[in-house]
Design a protein around this ligand. Structure first.
Ligand code: PEP
Ligand code: MG
Length: 580
């Protein structure tokens, strides 16, 4: 049994067999073979070794010719290893005696060898483990041939273990079979994390290297509440986790009684509590938990999940589903926020050095007007079906906002000319997620109907900490005083002119911050659907004066960790059942 610590990004517990995804995203599908297939499977192994031999020998010859014998010898060593009699005996033994598939036997054996090299003190010898992985990869390529499948085609329940997963790979996982995932890399605010939560997949990221310690089929527990991963757990640990999962279901069931009640503080202040969605199917959960609306619909997943650019009708069909399901409650559709970590798998490789500071989000759509107009037309058409609002992401300057509004008017005129119905008074809002916007919010408020504070990006840009980077993950936190000041001033500026302001970043779904945000004057929250009931529970357990006192106290504090400790204590006093 081995325990790893990472960052918990999506709650829940998953227990299942590991599927190890290598850096090329392919997987080993089969673990066992039938007894009478052993002989033919050994033949497959022999053929794979012969195929790998040919490739390596060709590499050796080319490199020797171009760079000399010395470099060619690297591949000579690979060939020796490939034909090592002991290695071959071990692999064959696993197939004959344990009936492992050749793929599984190769992977298990080679990883065991690699681990021995990695445990050596000598840096040169450690590096040799890479040679072993190289040979493993080659053999697997020959064994799997066209059965090489991406993580999108799962056929049995597994927990995925990968170096990293992109948001679009995550979005394409089959929810029937993916039980949860762990990645060596990744950060707490990444979109991969957000998608995992949307799909209700327990997930842990940023564990650091561990993939060489596991083989496909090993039992793994993912504790998405505490950020723990347990490899090959003993029976006692499995039983403990099964029990905890049961307990958790009990808490969830008790919270269910709040689903039909509005979010009101104990002193009678009504708070609007909406859900964030990425996929139309999430609207059902929002409804079931009594959401007051959809506060953020991240539409970019229409692009990330599609093989080609969505048409106006694809957009419209998705929006119609959500708008009709919400039966007149507000649905805030955010225009395309692509770029940075949200790129489709087919996107051409970019040499952009700082994608988070580059051509992303509204900047990208303003450069691609036909794409933008298509989406705006569909949103406007959907506005005739219910209560639709439109939200523009990453607005940084007033000029940008005016450009966007001009384009919107233009699209409205087109629709009018064609006698297509839409809501002429559709509410227009911007995300406040760049410090420049938060600082200038008073001016922006003159030109918009509402504001949505995107704390995920606001934290990133205020603290200069990449939200997807595990190496700076401990610095990525909403509780830094500088971030809190920007949030508070944005709420106050909007309240002053009586324009609705909500927070739709992950922070608003974290119960730790609910009292503080109420104390800052926030009355509109938009949270991941899985957090709606917990947040409602906190709201209904506190009164505003108490929250204001908490907010005043926090604003005198200097350190993020002190703030978190204090908030946890205050929360424990009000809702002890939710604070471990
Ligand atoms: C945010 O930045 O807080 C936000 C809600 O948008 P996203 O996470 O999609 O960048
Ligand atoms: Mg954002």
């Amino acid at each position: 049994m081995q325990t790893l610590q990472g960052i918990a990004v999506s709650p829940g517990v998953a227990i299942g067999e590991a599927l190890v995804v290598d850096n090329e995203g392919f997987r080993i599908p089969q673990r066992f073979v039938a007894r009478d297939a052993v002989q033919s499977e050994i033949r497959r192994l022999t053929e794979a070794i012969a195929g790998a031999d040919k490739e390596i020998a060709a590499n050796r010859d080319t490199v020797t010719k171009q760079l000399g014998k010395h470099y060619g010898a690297i591949f000579g060593a690979h060939l020796k290893m490939l034909h090592d009699a002991r290695l071959r005996r071990e692999i064959e033994g696993m197939i004959r005696q344990k009936h492992y598939s050749p793929e599984y036997a190769v992977s298990r054996t080679m990883r065991r060898y690699a681990k021995v090299f990695q445990s050596l003190d000598n840096a040169f010898m450690k590096e040799r483990s890479q040679d072993i992985f190289d040979i493993e990869k080659r053999l697997l390529k020959h064994l799997l041939r066209d059965r090489r499948e991406g993580v999108g085609q799962l056929t049995s329940p597994v927990v995925l273990l990968a170096h990293n997963l992109t948001p679009s790979e995550t979005a394409n996982l089959n929810r029937r079979y993916a039980l949860g995932f762990v990645t060596e890399a990744g950060g707490p605010g990444s979109h991969t994390a957000i998608v995992a939560e949307a799909m209700r997949l327990p997930a842990v990221v940023a564990t650091g290297p561990f993939l060489t310690d596991v083989s496909g089929g090993d039992l793994v527990i993912i504790d998405g509440n505490l950020g723990r991963v347990i490899l090959q757990p003993d029976e006692e640990t499995v039983a403990k986790y099964r029990y905890e999962a049961e307990e958790h279901r009990g808490v969830e069931a008790r919270l269910k009684s709040l689903a039909n009640k509005p979010a009101v503080t104990s002193d009678g202040v009504r708070v609007q509590l909406c859900g964030n969605i990425e996929f139309p199917y999430e609207v059902e959960q929002c409804q079931a938990e009594g959401a007051d609306g959809i506060g953020l619909y991240r539409t970019e997943f229409l692009y990330l999940n599609a093989k080609k650019e969505p048409t106006e009708s694809t957009h419209y069909t998705a929006y119609k589903k959500v708008v009709l399901a919400m039966k007149g409650k507000p649905v805030c559709i955010r225009t395309l926020d692509l770029g940075a970590d949200k790129l489709s798998d087919d996107a051409p490789a970019s040499d952009e050095k700082n994608p988070v500071l580059g051509l992303r989000s509204i900047r990208l759509t303003l450069r691609n007007v036909p794409l933008f107009r298509t989406q705006l037309r569909a949103i406007l058409r959907a506005s005739d079906l219910g209560n639709v609002q439109i939200l523009f992401p990453l607005i940084t300057t007033l000029r940008e906002l005016r450009q966007v509004k001009m384009l919107l008017s233009d699209v409205m005129e087109d629709l009018e000319e064609s006698n297509i119905k839409f809501d002429r008074n559709i509410k227009i809002g911007i995300m406040a997620e760049v410090p420049a916007t938060a600082l200038m919010l008073e001016r922006f408020l003159d030109e918009v109907d509402f504001v949505s504070i995107g704390t995920n990006d606001l934290i990133q840009y205020t603290l200069a900490v990449d939200r997807s980077n595990k190496d700076v993950a401990p610095m990525y936190t909403a509780s830094e005083p500088a971030v809190l000041r920007l949030i508070r001033s944005s709420i106050q500026a909007s309240n002053k002119v009586s324009k609705p302001v909500n927070i739709c970043g992950q922070m608003s779904g974290n119960i730790l911050y609910t009292m503080l945000l109420l104390g800052f004057g926030l009355r509109h929250f938009s949270v991941p659907p899985a957090s709606i009931l917990e947040i409602k529970k906190v709201i209904s357990s506190v009164h505003i004066k108490q929250c204001q006192r908490v907010a005043r106290r926090v604003m005198t504090m200097e350190h993020a960790q002190d703030i978190r400790n204090y908030l946890k204590e205050e929360l424990r006093k009000q809702v002890p059942e939710l604070v471990p």
